[in-house]
Write a protein that binds this ligand. Structure first.
Ligand SMILES: [Zn+2]
Length: 381
């Protein structure tokens, strides 16, 4: 009998704050925690207080020079293009090293609990998928996901499937395991032609031993729930069933939601719940080690809180009341966003269109065809 879902959280995680006007706002974590608590979901989980990752743990993925640069940049204001620090995306802030090491510690502690017997974990602060071995990138200093997977691979001979549904390409995690066939990375994201970091086309299929084990499905702006479901059914599920991973890691960035201010996708709660429920079903069937879920992007704090609370409810098989509390609606209205959610689920017909449905469908047909030709033969499909 495996243990309860593990939920690493402490208010100290809120110290990861670049600047007051930076889009990555710690409020998104605080509000998620509050909403999940208000709805009674945290009574069903094992909450743990995350520790700082040690230097040795950071070195599972990052170079010593880069870690030194983060330490020294935290002492004085510095700009280093070489290490991606002090840039517009990743400005230096007080105690940046501790804050970034605590983010890694949270995800890693979730992974350690899973190795010790928990069935799954949801670490809302995790998901810093852009951080590279030797460079901070896209709001991400250290890569909690790559480090946690490396930690697992040191402990157990096993296969990991990494699914990334953030609106941005999961480049840091893909690059970490690009030449490995033990970790199958799948990223579906808004096309790099129109969004940071510019990578993530289907031809980035892996190298050396790992050819066929890096999978990318770029989507054009306007793609929404129908496309998300189609990629799940036609790409993710067949690969999951043929790869048979021992552990699933999901990066659940929610910046692909139609209310999000940074990206241009149009996912709804229905699409996300479809993903979570399918993953729950498949991990139950295949993943003897478990399921590590992490957060990721999401730049509308109240909407992020709503979505990650819904995901937690799905993972726990719990129902939540449909109406969002007045406190959350008021908080949202005071933040000045164009749209505020009023209910836990979106209406079925809300979709923000940038392209005609026909263009979105036609483009996805071509991308899926490419995945079938380039990737599937490596998996006997
Ligand atoms: Zn993102």
């Amino acid at each position: 009998m495996r243990g309860k879902l593990v939920y690493p959280y402490t208010d100290l995680l809120l110290q990861y704050e670049f600047k007051k006007d930076h889009p990555l706002k710690p409020d998104r974590l605080k509000l998620t925690y509050q909403l999940s608590k208000e709805l009674g979901l945290l009574d069903k989980v094992k909450e743990i207080e995350p520790k700082l990752a040690t230097r040795k743990e950071l070195e599972l993925f990052h170079t010593s020079e880069f870690i030194d640069a983060v330490v020294s940049c935290g002492k004085d204001e510095c700009t280093s293009m070489r290490y991606g620090l002090g840039t517009a995306d990743n400005p230096i802030f007080p105690r940046i090293y501790d804050a970034a090491a605590r983010y890694v510690g949270a995800t890693l502690d979730g992974m350690k609990e899973i190795i010790a017997g928990a069935s799954n974990a949801f670490c809302i602060s995790g998901g810093l998928h852009h951080a590279q071995r030797s460079r901070a990138s896209g709001f991400c200093i250290f890569n909690d996901i790559a480090i946690s997977i490396m930690h697992l691979l040191r402990k157990k001979d096993c296969k990991v499937l990494y699914l990334d549904i953030d609106a941005h390409h999961g480049d840091g995690v893909q690059n970490a395991f690009y030449r490995s066939k033990d970790v199958l990375t799948i990223s579906l994201h808004q096309s790099g032609k129109t969004l940071f970091p510019g990578t993530g086309n289907v031809y980035e299929a892996g190298g050396a031993e790992g050819v066929g084990y890096s999978v990318n499905v770029p989507l054009i702006p306007g793609a929404g729930t129908p496309e998300l479901k189609r990629v799940l059914n036609e790409v993710v599920i067949p690969l999951f069933e043929s790869f048979k991973p021992n552990l699933l890691v999901t990066q659940l960035g929610v910046d692909g939601h139609f209310m999000d201010p940074l990206a241009h996708l149009a996912y709804t709660t229905h699409g996300y719940e479809f993903v979570i429920n399918k993953m729950k079903e498949l991990t139950g069937e295949y993943c003897d080690i478990g399921w590590l879920a992490v957060g990721g992007g999401g730049y509308h704090p109240v909407n992020v809180a709503r979505l990650w609370t819904l995901f937690l409810a799905s993972m726990l098989d719990e129902k939540v009341p449909e109406k969002l509390s007045d406190e959350f609606i008021t908080a949202c209205n005071s933040m000045g966003y164009d749209r505020c959610p009023l209910t836990m689920h979106d209406q079925n017909d809300v979709e923000q269109m940038y392209y005609s449905r026909q263009d979105v469908t036609l483009d996805l047909d071509r991308q899926i065809r490419k995945v079938e030709e380039i990737i599937f033969p490596y998996h006997g499909l």
